[in-house]
Write a protein that binds this ligand. Structure first.
Ligand SMILES: Nc1nc2c(c(=O)[nH]1)N[C@H]1C(S)=C(S)[C@@H](COP(=O)(O)OP(=O)(O)OC[C@H]3O[C@@H](n4cnc5c(=O)[nH]c(N)nc54)[C@H](O)[C@@H]3O)O[C@H]1N2
Ligand SMILES: Nc1nc2c(c(=O)[nH]1)N[C@H]1C(S)=C(S)[C@@H](COP(=O)(O)OP(=O)(O)OC[C@H]3O[C@@H](n4cnc5c(=O)[nH]c(N)nc54)[C@H](O)[C@@H]3O)O[C@H]1N2
Ligand code: SF4
Ligand SMILES: [Mo]
Length: 715
């Protein structure tokens, strides 16, 4: 089958920009060697990317063949080798263990930890199985580490999740605030779009970057505010103060469409620019410049990502961004609004499919009795099947394992033994769980080392399904290759298990298209209404934006939300939230005087299961480097290219030093990518802590207090 396909369309499986790709087998050896690399290039017809791609998208075809898992693997204990077993045995084992757990401890002892790299179909069936059929809400996803603060922030400010803007806004805005985002490296195609316009229009477009480091993003900015880590909310309060004093507040809009202004005004009044600039460690004049540009701009767009979300005040900071847009009427029209840049390719679809422990499909909540009843009815489960209790978010799952309360932890399409904080604690907690299942595409990941049962996953390119990008655009990804060996799509595994557990009717899907139809029906009438979409429509007419209610014609989706300023809260008003800035959960101190921040580089994707196989990317970023300011390096006695030990309250790692003026004094940077399975490991998350935002439960993965000392080279 695969060898006959000559070209296929799909959304890129890396970042949340969600570029359209066109894939072709390498001309020379298609028929002779069906597993030959596929060449990817930009799909010119895709409205989100118009033919553009970055280096990761362009090389994705080279990552699909190496090192794949081809059969289920099993071992009783993790000190034994994994040995191949049949799917029949694997399913038998799962059914037996799940039944035994339900009988002995009940559904709360079961948990699934999924991923923004699931397709909508994978998400939907996994949630239906765990929340519906088995009665446990313990489905969480790595979006908890990623977009959870944006989800909670939108919901608290506007009454619902859902990014209100679209990419065309980048071509219209005349002030773009990039806060806590290294867009140039992490959402490159969007950044190129901004850059192209900047080159053309010059000062008619102002770019302002807020980041403790100078990055490829800030290099292009008119103004770089190199704030101290964790001071974003203080900065936003100072900006609010300037809107108040410089005539930037639209009182008519505030009165008509918001509530909570009096409290917000009181908070902002306490944050004069002098105080805000001092807390942030920047020049007051720079903050005033940003204020002046905001007030003078007809279209202000704020883009943000992990520098905002991964904070113990992530949700408050998101609300802080929404506040500024609301009071200045910079929302709900072209070129204006608060716009979260989604991390993973289908984290958006996951939110819509109910893929977090507190959610149900269609932006519903497990805590809402009417929502549970609607979903139970649609799924065909008895009244009361879905538990009223919110499920365990991923860190709560870890703590439950520490206490011996989880019998099954099923990890799928994520590599938590690299990406969770407090990794040593995670490792010992997981050792306490009698059955760790891993659904994975590649052999030899860090999480495989702690798994009992490993299930080979058909990945993107080998399974059909839908992804949704940051601008709410829905793309059908075609299957154009055969899965290796016995690998199966994740949704098909969850569905088969559902049938074997006795729910033949609920899980009788014949195809991914059936699953998608079941899912979108459940979104009817909700903010994320996608009920007019189907695999057939997407295949025939290409990507579409939601809202797309039943009856919408191709191209009829809505580009922006809340254009009528009617927000889905009781009374229709947006909520201005007045929240005090507190700063970092773990501030630097005498013993741990530096703040370590952790993020990404252009060429690598997360835990490198794919990008480590692309020679070009490995050459570009051969090893993890510790960025440090020359003044700090001199104090500690570190030399360029030498080795340093970085130590936090939780452990220590070694890394090679890169001395650079581009990072703030007192701040260090390490990339997140090099886990224990890499040739040059740097398990940076052993250093990070799990303290989280109380609203989103998103851990503060961007900052930990650390100490430094020079190390003799390891050779
Ligand atoms: N190349 C590449 N691209 C990716 C990914 C990848 O792995 N590789 N992953 C995708 C995913 S899932 C995600 S979530 C996104 C992440 O995209 P980004 O959020 O843009 O990436 P990060 O490097 O994690 O962090 C962004 C910036 O936050 C800054 N920062 C640290 N602390 C603070 C702070 O307190 N305040 C502010 N304002 N800034 C701070 C860091 O210095 C860093 O430059 O990227 C997506 N795109
Ligand atoms: N300190 C610090 N830690 C962080 C971050 C940070 O900025 N700083 N960022 C956080 C964020 S935003 C994120 S998103 C996470 C990312 O962290 P992870 O989710 O752990 O990283 P990935 O490498 O993307 O893991 C995805 C896994 O799924 C596998 N896979 C790919 N396709 C499929 C499929 O179709 N099915 C199955 N079953 N498996 C598949 C891949 O091989 C890979 O092992 O890291 C978080 N951790
Ligand atoms: S910008 Fe993101 S979606 Fe687009 S090609 Fe690059 S990694 Fe893929
Ligand atoms: Mo992410």
């Amino acid at each position: 089958m695969a060898a006959e396909i000559t070209a296929a369309l799909a959304q890129c499986p890396y970042c949340g920009v969600g570029c359209g790709l066109e894939l072709k087998p390498s001309a020379e050896d298609t028929a002779a060697q069906p597993s030959s690399p596929w060449r990817a290039r930009g799909d010119r017809q895709h409205p989100s990317s118009l033919g553009q791609v970055c280096v990761k998208g362009a090389t994705v075809g080279e990552t699909l063949h190496h090192n794949r898992l081809t059969t289920p693997l099993w071992r009783e204990r993790t000190d034994q080798p994994l040995t191949p077993i049949s799917w029949e045995l694997a399913f038998g084992l799962l059914v037996e263990r799940i039944r035994a757990t339900l009988a002995s401890k009940g559904p709360r002892a079961l948990a699934i930890y999924g991923s923004g790299q699931f397709l909508c179909e994978d998400y939907y069936v996994a949630n239906k199985l765990l929340k519906g059929a088995l009665g446990s809400n313990n489905f969480d996803a790595n979006s908890r580490l990623c977009m959870s603060s944006a989800v909670a922030g939108y919901a608290r400010s506007f009454g619902s999740d859902g990014p209100p803007c679209c990419y065309d806004d980048l071509d219209i805005a005349n002030l773009v605030l990039l806060i806590g985002t290294n867009t140039a490296e992490c959402h490159p195609v969007l950044f190129q779009r901004l850059l192209k316009r900047k080159r053309k229009v010059g000062e008619a477009l102002r770019l302002v970057v807020v980041d403790p480091r100078a990055t490829a993003t800030s290099d292009a900015a008119d103004l770089h505010l190199a704030i101290a880590p964790g001071t974003d909310l203080a900065l936003l309060c100072g900006l609010g103060h300037l809107l108040l004093s410089e005539g930037g507040v639209d009182l008519g809009f505030v009165a008509a469409h918001t509530e909570g202004f009096a409290e917000l005004k009181t908070l902002w009044q306490a944050w004069n620019p002098e105080r805000a600039a001092a807390v942030c460690g920047i020049a007051e004049a720079d903050l005033r410049q940003l204020g002046a540009w905001w007030v003078a701009s007809s279209g202000v767009l704020s883009l943000w990502s992990m520098g905002v979300n991964q904070s113990r005040e992530g949700t408050a900071t998101v609300a802080g961004i929404c506040n500024l847009h609301l009071v200045s009427n910079q929302i709900g029209r072209p070129g204006a609004g608060p716009f979260s840049l989604t991390g993973q390719p289908n984290a958006m679809g996951g939110r819509e499919a109910g893929g977090l422990a507190q959610l149900l499909p269609g932006y519903r909540s497990v805590a809402d009795a009417a929502h549970r009843a609607e979903v139970e009815r649609h799924w065909g489960f008895a009244v009361g099947s879905i538990s009223a209790e919110p499920g365990l978010a991923v860190w709560d799952q870890i703590e439950a394992m520490e206490r011996g309360e989880l019998d099954l932890w099923w990890v799928a399409a994520t590599n938590p033994l690299v990406s969770l904080p407090s990794l040593d604690r995670v490792r010992s907690a997981v050792a306490n769980c009698p059955l760790v299942v891993l659904s994975e595409a590649y052999a030899g990941t860090e999480t495989e080392a702690v798994a009992h049962l490993v299930l080979p996953a058909a990945q993107w390119s080998e399974k059909a399904g839908v992804m949704v990008n940051s601008e709410r655009r829905v793309t059908l990804c075609h299957a154009f290759r055969q899965p290796p060996g016995q690998a199966k799509p994740d949704w098909a595994v969850f569905a088969e298990l559902g049938r074997r557990l006795g729910f033949a009717d609920q899980f009788g899907y014949g195809s991914a298209a059936d699953v998608y139809e079941d899912f979108v029906t459940l979104t009817a009438g909700r903010v994320c209404d996608s009920s007019g979409l189907s695999h057939r429509l997407l295949a025939a007419h290409g990507p579409q934006q939601w809202p797309f209610p039943a009856g919408t014609g191709p191209g009829g989706g809505q580009a922006r939300l809340y254009t009528d300023h009617c927000y889905p809260r009781e009374g229709g008003r947006a909520h201005l939230l007045a929240e005090m800035p507190f700063g970092l959960a773990e501030p630097p101190c005498d013993r741990y005087p530096f703040v370590l921040t952790v993020g990404r580089v252009l060429g690598h994707w997360h835990t490198m299961t794919r990008t480590a196989h692309v020679a070009r990317l490995v050459q570009q970023h051969p090893e993890p480097l510790l960025e440090i300011n020359p003044r700090d390096a001199a104090i500690v006695g570190l030399l360029e290219g030498g080795w340093a030990e970085v130590r936090s309250r939780r452990g220590a790692v070694a890394a090679r030093v890169e001395i650079t003026e581009r990072i703030r004094i007192g701040t260090l940077f390490l990339p997140m990518h090099w886990g224990a399975a890499q040739d040059q490991p740097c398990e940076v998350n052993r250093l990070m802590h799990e303290q989280a935002c109380p609203h989103s439960l998103q851990p503060e993965l961007k900052a930990a207090a650390v100490s430094l000392r020079p190390l003799v080279p390891l050779g």
